[in-house]
Design a protein around this ligand. Sequence first.
Ligand code: FCB
Length: 484
Amino acid sequence: MTLPTDETPATAEDPTAPVRFPAGFLWGAATAAYQIEGAAREDGRTPSIWDTFSHTPGKVTGGDTGDVACDHYHRWRADVALMAELGLGAYRFSTSWPRVQPGGRGPASQRGLDFYRALTDELLAAGITPALTLYHWDLPQELEDAGGWPARETAYRFAEYAGIVADALGDRVELWTTLNEPWCSAFLGYGSGVHAPGRTDPVAALRAAHHLNLGHGLAVQALRAALPARARVTVSLNPAAVRPRTGSPADQDAARRIDALATRVFTGPMLHGRYDEDLLADTARVTDWSFVRDGDPGLAGQPLDCLCVNYYTPTVVSTAPEGTVPERRDGHGAGAHSPWPGADRVAFHQLPGERTAMGWSIDPGGLRDLLLRFHREAPGTPLYVTENGAAYPDEPDADGRFHDPARIAYVHRHLEAVHEAIRQGADVRGYFVWSLLDNFEWAWGYGKRFGLVHVDYATQRRTPKSSAAWYARLARSGTLPPPA
Ligand code: FCB
């Protein structure tokens, strides 16, 4: 087996060798606009679907909203200084569509673009590579009112917005991601309704998935037209590491159906320019897919410079007996409506053993398997892990310090899995921990803390947890420190 560089000595035969990552491996942390920025009504920003959703009673735990969040919109300079202290090589953030282009159509907001210009300049001055995501779920409310992602027009609006951001920041950002986890946008937003905009219509969910694919393809074209040749364009998917609960043919078929709806509905068009026949057949009683026009899947399949994987927990499934109502577990809250159109007789399970505060089971092998799958499916395409991390309660000790050994252990084990994928040939170039800061965890509000850095929401005080110090050692050395 060929190692990516000759500086990677650890082998399966020598488990005591230090786990060292290839030279130039990018160590980063990730956030998203709505989860940290706050300043929801400042400088011309208009509401996104998440503003509307979070202000709707009963949608978010505790009635939390992103109105203030981590107040990053005002504290960005100090936050970049914190990143520099942690020795981060890269920072993944998203631009807020309604901040950049209020209302989702028409002219750009100069003040919105200035914010991201200043942020990226500060990052570059600190030697931190900016990795920009165009869409991390904050669709301008006006576009939802006009039909949202189930409407074809939204794909064209997205490409226009991508062009605006590329014109403004193309000279300073090299790594461009179109969409973050389109599965969540389509199936949690329009299927189960546990995410904004909270619709529960299986047809709308599949239409949204298609228009996200189309919007991705159109945005890649818009980015290519506007960006310098050195820019790299990608997408961050959350493919499911699907495991059938048993080897029975019925459970394996449940796994196949969920793999189609979780992963291949996006990788089909984006990587191969097609929708798989089994996906179309499985969902035939929901829709005839007549909203797909000739040439759309091919358009979605634009060449990408790298591929990005977000991963937290495996998806263990079995077939559910006829007549039972399966638990609609999807990793982001269980709603009354299924996020899996056409796959009603599937039950979801957790693995025995330890779980994070999200209730998610821990299975680093899932990340390794997904990286190896993308390596096989998109040979020669560099890979990044753009999200991975864990929520824990994180109580302070008597001195006000936050010791989070469970988070360190989680990240440590997943990085061992990344390293194993590299050892088996996957060209993984970087890893972004989710998240830099505790933040607004969507339908869960502020109760779930994923940060390397604790945020006291009453004072906005930032306190690095012990995981931050551990990750800083890793970022500086490129060698996995012991988890303790
Ligand atoms: C991912 C989201 C990210 C964060 C993590 C925990 O699905 O992309 O914003 O909420 O889950």
